[in-house]
Write a protein that binds this ligand. Structure first.
Ligand code: MG
Length: 260
């Protein structure tokens, strides 16, 4: 069921969006060559506790999950792109890191992800990250009253295809509100003018992610982490946005913190 939020409810979602933005900015600033993925999770846990927020991940146990996730942040490195379960690994020079973070605070959820390189970047990794960001910008620009879900999907797909990446249609964006995952699904490619009409009050997590040379994923033996089938690297950019009569509001915007 697709739920629409009142302007007052969208205002009530601003604090959790801001907390998610601040937390990702902090974690990114503190992550460098040598940082252990488990220490990122511990730090995220500390920030959640301090804010009186609640992790959406720690008890998360969908049908495809082997057991509850058990951590509060997804850390996907290099050929891992989604649902990366933090493990005992010290980041190395040139690693491509994606952090995906969702919490509830005051009864509302926000969900956001960022990709970056620690140490010396490879050009092809920066290009991939840049494509996911431009695809997210295009998706947000298409998230206006009068458009349809397919307009958001095709905006994402056009950017990816234009840069030569294939698109996986299994995992994409979603409604977000009282819980992390709701209707509608927002595929990362589609046809303009198709699908659910965008209305004021629709709150969505938009999340383009791409792999360098494939669109196929395999599940890691940890039961969670999704890796490219060919070992190529992946990147992921996600924001929670609210569609309003005055245009989209990016609830997890980090730009006011001076970071992208
Ligand atoms: Mg997310």
């Amino acid at each position: 069921m697709i739920e629409l939020r009142t302007p007052a409810e969208i205002d009530a979602m601003r604090p959790v969006g801001r907390f998610v933005a601040e937390t990702l900015a902090t974690l990114r600033a503190e992550t460098a060559v040598g940082t252990n993925l488990l220490s990122i999770d511990r730090r995220a846990h500390e920030l959640i506790r301090r804010a009186g927020a609640e992790s959406c991940y720690i008890d998360y146990h969908p049908s495809f999950g082997a057991s509850p996730f058990g951590k509060v942040i997804c850390t996907s490195v290099n050929d891992a792109v989604l649902h990366g379960l933090p493990f005992d690994y010290d980041l190395r020079d040139g690693d491509l890191v994606s952090l995906d973070f969702a919490v509830a605070q005051g009864g509302w959820v926000a969900d956001s992800a960022v990709s970056f390189v620690v140490g010396t970047p490879r050009d092809e990794d920066l290009a991939l990250i840049d494509t996911t960001r431009r695809a997210l910008d295009a998706a947000i620009a298409a998230a206006v009253v009068g458009n349809r879900i397919g307009d958001i999907s095709s905006a994402i797909g056009d950017v990816a295809r234009g840069d030569g990446y294939d698109i996986n249609m299994d995992f994409g964006g979603h409604g977000v509100g009282r819980v992390m995952h709701g209707d509608p699904h927002v595929a990362n490619d589609g046809k303009p003018g198709r699908g659910y009409p965008l209305r004021a009050g629709l709150v969505l997590a938009l999340e383009p992610w791409f792999l360098q040379t494939t669109d196929e994923l395999v599940t890691d033996p940890d039961g969670w982490t999704l890796r490219s089938v060919d070992g190529s690297r992946g990147a992921h950019s996600e924001h929670t946005i609210a569609i309003t009569e005055d245009g989209p509001i990016v609830l997890t915007d980090r730009s006011f913190l001076g970071v992208d």
